[in-house]
Every structure is written in C-alpha cells, then in structure tokens.
Design a binder for this molecule. Structure first.
Ligand code: PXL
Length: 277
C-alpha cells in the first residue's frame, strides 16, 4: 500500500484540513500518515476559535520517523499556522524528499481576494519560498496573486491565467494548478500547466450558485489521492473536480451557503467508484 503524509491543522469542527484529508485519502486506498500542525476548535471563519500551536512536535515527529526509516510516496501540505512552521517544513522536505516521491503544496492562505485571519503579505512571500521546493502547487487565484505579488482581479483573461501558471512553475514545480477558474459565466473549474511538456489543461463543470467552506481541501485531497492511484494528472484533475462538484451539489440540495463544509461523506462511494475505473 502506498503511504502519504499530510501536514496541516486539525480544525475540530467545520470539515476542512485534516478532518477532510484523512477520510478522503484513506478511502482512496492510500495509507495516510499525519502531522497536525495546530488544533483549532473550528476553522478561522468562525469567531473566537481556540488555537493550540503544535510547531514544537513537527521536527520531533520527523526525527522519530527517520530513526524508523519511514518513507512516503507523497508529502502533502495544506494550512500552516506560522512562518516558523514554513521553515520547519523546508527542513522536513529536505529529510523526506527522494527521487521516487513528490511534494504537493496547497498554499492555503485566502480566497476571494483576501487572506484568511492570521495571515499577512510576509506569510505569503514565505509560502512562495516553500513552493519552490514543490513538484505540484495548487493555489487558488487569491493565493497565487499574493505569492506572485500580482494584483487580484475578479475578472481575467485566459492569457493572464496562463501567465500566472507559467510564473508558478518558474518557481520550481513541474505542475501548477489554479483552482476556482472560470472563463464563462456558468462554468467553474481548474486550469493546469505542465512545464515539461509546455501544455495547458482545463476542466470545468457548471457553476452551482453557492459557496461552502473547505472545498479547496476536498479538492487537493482527492487530487493527490487520484495521482497516487496511478491516474494521469489530467484524469486526476477530472476526478477531483467531479467529486467536489458532487459534494457541493449534494449539500446544495439541503442548505444554502455556510461554514460547515460539504457532504463529502455521502459521496465517498461515488469517489471509490471513480477510482476503480
Ligand atoms: O480550508 C482551509 C483552512 C484550513 N484550516 C484552517 C482554516 C482554513 C480556512 O479558513 O481556517 C484553520
């Protein structure tokens, strides 16, 4: 069985980060080791959330794993709580990157043109440094804009998206994937770039008129799981976009927007079915 490690926080309630990554990637048949970077009562869209920093455990856990000769087929990072944690992850990557695995970074920092509570410009620039070590980066347009110090615009052309993708791969990664991309009013999806083949790839579904928290984490978890299930990047992107669409639609039938995340659980059979094909 392949083994991945994912490094991000546990938001105890609100269906994002580890409470999404662990069930989804496990359901896809991948052993999912974790390093929790912090424990929060909820994600940061709620008010008065608690935050227990677990930074001091990160390199201790790495040290123990090294002693046990542990290897990972993929290293997947999501929400990180501080610049100090970014520095620790650089160290972690140096210790655990091999010729046979890949680093997958979702630089979770913001959405809709704004950084989430607790982040600033400096954090974004440090995250950009971390992305230089990645094989695959998966920002949304807000996160890419902050890292590349580009103005964020609600409207953009296909040429501008291509430019951003090329700039992201110029940092180091072979693949850059921008999420939340739309070129037509009723479409929403992703655009990806493979710098080795110099090819772009897009995949869209019809836009469901709502917004839920945590869908970026559902997307990244599914994408990395699908890649580890030997799908091409294009096929893995389709699986991830389709699964996110299914989870949003299932949730939309019951409730309008909210911070409690999507019903990814009820669509796990759909995901497993897709993986088997
Ligand atoms: O879904 C991304 C995410 C993860 N973890 C925490 C968050 C967020 C987004 O707001 O606050 C703690």
């Amino acid at each position: 069985m392949k083994r991945l490690v994912t490094i991000q926080d546990i938001s105890c309630l609100g269906k994002c980060s580890l409470t999404v990554a662990l069930p989804i990637i496990s359901a896809m048949g991948i052993e999912t080791a974790v390093i929790p970077t912090a424990v929060l009562s909820t994600h940061t869209m709620f008010k008065r959330f608690t935050f227990r920093d677990l930074s001091s455990d990160i390199l201790e856990i790495a040290k123990h794993w090294k002693e046990e000769n542990i290897n990972f087929e993929a290293i997947y990072t999501g929400y990180l709580g501080s610049i100090e944690q970014i520095e620790m992850l650089k160290d972690f990557f140096k210790q655990f990157k091999t010729d046979n695995n890949f680093i997958f970074i979702d630089p979770v920092m913001g959405d809709n043109g704004k950084l989430y509570t607790g982040f600033n410009r400096q954090f974004a620039l440090e995250m950009k440094e971390l992305c230089k070590m990645a094989d695959i980066v998966v920002p949304n347009l807000t996160e890419a804009s902050y890292m590349l110090e580009r103005e964020y615009n609600e409207k953009y052309t296909e040429e501008e998206i291509k430019e951003i993708l090329i700039e992201l791969t110029n940092l180091g990664p072979k693949y850059a994937i921008l999420t939340g991309v739309s070129f037509k009013e009723n479409d929403l999806g992703v655009m990806a770039y493979n710098k080795e083949t110099n090819k772009f790839f897009t995949y869209f579904r019809d836009k469901i008129p709502t917004k839920y928290h945590g869908t970026g984490d559902v997307f990244s978890s599914t994408l990395v799981g699908a890649i580890l299930n030997n799908n091409s990047l294009e096929e893995a992107l389709k699986i991830a976009v389709d699964y996110v669409w299914e989870t949003i639609y299932d949730t939309y039938l019951i409730k309008k927007e909210d911070a409690y995340g999507v019903n990814f659980e009820s669509k796990i059979p759909y995901l497993i079915d897709r993986i088997k094909k």
